[in-house]
Design a protein around this ligand. Sequence first.
Ligand SMILES: [Zn+2]
Length: 100
Amino acid sequence: MSGTDTVDTVGLPNEPRSDSGNEGTIDVHLQPPRIRLGYLLILFGALTVAGSLAPAVWRCQADHDLSGGFALAQYILGVGVFVVGSVAAIHGRSCTCWQR
Ligand SMILES: [Zn+2]
């Protein structure tokens, strides 16, 4: 019967991976580089501190508005600490992204 042939073609399209031996070397290059999240978190934390201090100091010098500048710095620090804290909470010390 020809009915079984249509059932076969309905399935998923052919997988891109074929049985030729040359594709094995391509798989090695396709592996994404492992990003070490710890360094990213420390870098982002340092950037947050610097990025919150800069507008505070700038507002002090430009407008002599000490409270306004540090209110802005508090807001930037709060957002940065929230991002760093939530990411660090998801990726605990046992997570694989802290290892080499
Ligand atoms: Zn992780």
